[in-house]
Design a binder for this molecule. Sequence first.
Ligand SMILES: Cc1cc2nc3c(=O)[nH]c(=O)nc-3n(C[C@H](O)[C@H](O)[C@H](O)COP(=O)(O)OP(=O)(O)OC[C@H]3O[C@@H](n4cnc5c(N)ncnc54)[C@H](O)[C@@H]3O)c2cc1C
Length: 317
Amino acid sequence: MRQTGVRGMRPGRTPSIVERITSDPRSTPFSVEFYPPRNEKEEQRLWRAVRTFEQLHPAFVSLTYGAGGSTRDRTVRIAGQIATETTLLPVAHLTAVDHSISELRGLVGSYADRGIVNLLALRGDPPGDPLGDWVMHPEGVEYAEELVRLIRELGDFHVGVASFPEGHYRAKDLDHDTYYLLNKLRAGADYSITQMFFEVEDYLRLRDRVVAADPVQGEKPIIPGLLPITSLKQVRKIVELSGSQIPPYLEERLARAAGSGPEEDRAEVRKVGIELATKMSERLIAEGAPCLHFCTLNFSRATQEVLTNLGLAPVPA
Ligand SMILES: Cc1cc2nc3c(=O)[nH]c(=O)nc-3n(C[C@H](O)[C@H](O)[C@H](O)COP(=O)(O)OP(=O)(O)OC[C@H]3O[C@@H](n4cnc5c(N)ncnc54)[C@H](O)[C@@H]3O)c2cc1C
C-alpha cells in the first residue's frame, strides 16, 4: 500500500490519528471537517478554508462522503489533493450506502493509491430520506462494524468510527448504542468522532458508559464533534437530518437572537453560536477531551473565532 510521502510530497510514514493527537504539543489539539463541494464556486470556498486552516495546524482534517456518484468521486479526489498538495493530514469518510463489498474494496484501494491511510468507517443513511428505512446493498454490509473489519483486512489502515452522545436515533436505548459502539471499537477501530451535540454532559456520559462497559476500549479516544452555529435555519436542518436535538433552552435563545423578521438576524445568531461553541470547548478541554473536532461547513471564520477565544489561533485577519 502506498502512503503519503511515497509520491515525494511528504517523506516518512503517515501518522495515525491517535498518534497525531496524542503527540500534539497542545494539551487539546483541534481538527476540522469539510464536505465535498457541489460546484466550482463551492470548491473555491473549500480551498480557501483549507488554506486558512493549514496556517492554524489542525491535528487532522476530515472529508465527508456523500450519497451520489459525482460527490463521492469528489471526496476521493479532494482527500487525495489534501494528502499530496497540503501539509494537512486527511481522514477520508466512507459509507456502506449503495456499495457492494467489491466496490468498497475498490474505494479503499482508491484512497490508498492517493496516500490516504486514515479512514472513518460509517454505515451512512438512506439517500433522499436520511431517517427512512435503511436498505442494505444486496452484496454490501449491514453495519459499520463490518466495514471496520473489511478495511482492517485490506491493509494497514487506521480506522475511526462514529459515536453518538445522545445515542443514535435508531438505537433502542443508550445501552444498545454503547454496545454497538464497543463492537466497532473491538472490530479494530482506534477512536471515534461524535456526532455534534450541544450538551457537554451528554458527551461525558457517553465516555463514562464506554469506560464502565469496557475499560480497555474505553482507553480509545472519543473526539467530540462541535458545530459553531451561524444560522438557526441551518442548524435546525442539520439536526433534523441527523436525528439529534437542539436542547429547548438553546432553541429558545437562538430564536430570540434570530428575531421575528422575515430573515433571521444572522449576526446575533452567530454571536450565540460562537459563545456556545467556546464555552463547550472550554469545558471539554477541562474534562480532558482528546481533541476538538469542528464541523466547518467549508467556512473557516466561525471556527477560527472559537479557536481564537480558546487561545488556539490568532485573531482572524
Ligand atoms: C463523525 C461523523 C461523521 C459522519 N460522516 C458521514 C459521512 O461522511 N457520510 C454520511 O453519509 N454519513 C455520515 N455520518 C452519519 C452516519 O452515517 C449516520 O449517523 C448513520 O445513521 C450511522 O452510522 P454508523 O456508522 O454509526 O452506523 P452503525 O454503527 O452501523 O449503526 C447504525 C445503527 O445500527 C445499530 N447497530 C449497529 N450494529 C448493530 C447490530 N449488530 N445489530 C443491531 N443494531 C446495530 C446502531 O446502534 C445504530 O442505531 C457521520 C456521523 C458522524 C457522527
